[in-house]
Design a protein. Structure first.
Length: 201
């Protein structure tokens, strides 16, 4: 979802090209595969006595892949924010994507803390077996839940949510003009927001 949003799907382009969609699907599949392999190794590390060194080495590919994905998505969000500002889209859209980028950075920092906890557990091996779910399941799932909750709050519908559908037609100058007109008479005319008047029957 983040990769498609950062690429501008539904924001600066109506729909992504098939080539970009395919690349996104391949990257997501590879990422899920590396995470599944690492998760399986961690789950069976005591049963088959996997060494800490091997686990650390197995952690590197997935972590580097994850870091590359974050950098790619963050850079795309910066480019998207620049495109939105260049197109002079309404200020609500710019604010929304800047906040979305901040949520992404915050989630990255929390995920890095979780990674450090997992690496410390692999090296020290002092976490009791009945609490192994805390660093490998509870911590990552908590970060994901916070991230998802933040996205839900950002995209929560409000009185002005309908304007998102007209950001390609209404630039920031027009939006500011409409805001002033509303302040004066409390009404919004259809022609002001680029919506044609309904034809009389």
């Amino acid at each position: 979802m983040l990769m498609e949003t950062a690429a501008g799907s539904g924001v600066v382009v109506e729909k992504l090209e098939v080539r970009i969609e395919l690349k996104t699907d391949v990257v997501c599949s590879l990422f899920l595969m590396t995470q599944w392999i690492w998760k399986a190794l961690v789950a069976y590390k005591y049963r088959v006595m996997i060494s800490s060194t091997f686990l650390l080495v197995a952690t590197v590919p997935g972590t580097m892949f994850w870091l590359c994905l974050f950098v790619w998505i963050y850079r795309k969000f910066r480019e998207l924010s620049s495109q939105i500002q260049e197109k002079k889209l309404a200020a609500e859209a710019v604010t929304l994507f800047i906040n979305l980028r901040m949520v992404l950075v915050g989630s990255m920092l929390l995920a890095f803390v979780v990674l450090l906890v997992q690496v410390a557990d692999i090296m020290a091996s002092e976490t009791p077996w009945n609490l192994q779910w805390v660093p490998y399941d509870a911590a990552p799932h908590s970060i994901y839940t916070l991230f998802l909750l933040s996205l839900m709050i950002l995209w929560w519908p409000n009185v002005d949510s309908w304007k998102l559908g007209y950001f390609n037609q209404v630039d920031q100058d027009e939006t500011e003009k409409i805001g002033k007109d509303q302040a004066e008479d409390g009404t919004v005319h259809a022609e002001q927001i680029g919506v044609p008047e309904a034809e009389e029957l």
